[in-house]
Design a protein around this ligand. Structure first.
Ligand SMILES: *Cc1c(COP(=O)(O)O)cnc(C)c1O
Length: 378
């Protein structure tokens, strides 16, 4: 059996161990310390403007805190892009609130502004003003932020950007994750950079960041004994993980370049195959980190389905994965309201994510190209 080619695997830069050693030497083996502060600072510099970042244990934890800071409580409604990973929606349920799912548009595969507006108007009519909107920048592709933001402003609903997959992506030159009331990032093992596991909440004020740090460290009141006036969480990032993050920040720009080169690699291959389209920026306003390269297959034209392609790749031990199954089609959210048409469903039925790691070798790329060409018999 040939070596496995992964969809997206961790890619160390070299200095991660240096920061971890420093942590051990100074005994900062705790969920606080110089690496946590340093990693937050690196992210703030990278995202620029007046951004404040709180490093946390996971992107999911960051979303949970964003919802809490937006005042989402039991019985509230929160609008969420349907086409996403379940971690975008689960924190809504953690709060005892109800998700309202919205379809995607075909250009970016992200939240459709028309369906979003329809959803808000309909919820208002039945007397339920949504407490927040969660928009996702799927596979690194920025959502249509101008329209989404203007709708959020029009109805005065806070926007939370799930930029878990989009560190290094920009829309009109501004970093994804910095548009909304809050943004969230993920540093899980498969993301563009990793801390093995981790996340961050992107804030626009020191006050919001302080609140996130307070809640993520068990909500301890200022007292010599342990005193609590709020329910707290154990969501802070470990100083060891943050050391990995500092090393990764040194190579983030290279990682974005490499992932973008993988998207070009696939565009070149599929330019010769009628009926396959590669997710591509709709205009120069959009700059994707191309965390994952993703395609849709029109089986009427190609004669094969995305599932045929997936299995053909698997035969050569190459991992690929269908696009996210929309949340409104998931058993756990079967009873949640949904607005829009069948774009997200069609994307799921016809779409596939291809190996996109920044560490793929030339030999691995040759194997991938050959396997794709075999599948399409060209
Ligand atoms: C990875 C991911 C998350 C969750 O991040 P974790 O750090 O794994 O908790 C949330 N949303 C999206 C879109 C993701 O891809």
């Amino acid at each position: 059996m040939k070596d496995k080619i992964w969809l997206s695997s961790p890619h160390m830069g070299g200095n991660e161990l240096k920061y971890i050693h420093e942590a051990f030497e100074n005994n900062w083996v705790a969920p606080l310390g110089p690496n946590v502060n340093g990693f937050e600072h690196d992210l703030e510099v990278f995202l620029n403007a007046d951004i404040k970042v709180a490093a946390l244990s996971a992107g999911t934890a960051a979303l949970h805190l964003a919802l809490i800071e937006c005042g989402v409580e039991f019985g509230d409604e929160v609008i969420c892009q349907s086409m996403t990973f379940s971690a975008s929606a689960n924190p809504i349920a953690y709060q005892g609130a109800n998700p309202i799912f919205v379809d995607s548009e075909n250009e970016t595969w992200n939240m459709c502004p028309v369906a979003l507006k329809e959803a808000i108007k309909d919820r208002l009519e039945i007397g339920k003003k949504p407490k927040a909107i969660i928009v996702v920048h799927l596979y690194g592709m920025p959502a249509n932020m101008e329209e989404i933001l203007s709708i959020a402003h029009e109805f005065d609903i806070p926007l939370i950007e799930d930029a878990a997959e989009a560190l290094g992506s920009t829309y009109k030159g501004k970093c994804c994750g910095t548009f909304g009331r809050f943004g969230i990032l993920s540093f899980n093992g498969n993301k563009i950079i990793t801390t093995s596991g981790g996340g961050a909440l992107v804030c626009h004020s020191q006050e919001d960041k302080d609140r996130a740090v307070f809640l993520s460290t068990q909500a301890r009141d200022d007292a010599p004994h342990y005193q609590h006036s709020y329910i707290g969480y154990n969501y802070r990032m470990s100083n060891i993980c943050a050391g990995i993050g500092r090393g990764q920040m040194e190579v983030l720009k290279d990682r974005v370049e490499s992932r973008r080169a993988m998207a070009t690699f696939y565009r070149d291959i599929f330019a010769k195959i009628d009926g396959v389209s590669v997710l591509t920026e709709p205009s120069s306003d959009f700059y994707s980190n191309h965390w994952l390269s993703a395609i849709t297959v029109d089986s009427d034209k190609t004669g094969i389905t995305r599932e045929n392609l997936r299995l053909a790749l698997l035969e050569d031990n190459i991992e690929s994965r269908p696009l996210w199954k929309p949340m409104h089609l998931q058993p756990i959210f079967a009873n949640s309201p949904y607005y829009g048409g069948e774009n997200a469903e069609n994307l799921f039925n016809n779409g596939l994510c291809l190996p996109s790691g920044s560490n793929l070798t030339q030999d691995e790329r040759i194997r991938i190209e050959a396997a794709i060409k075999r599948a399409f018999t060209i």
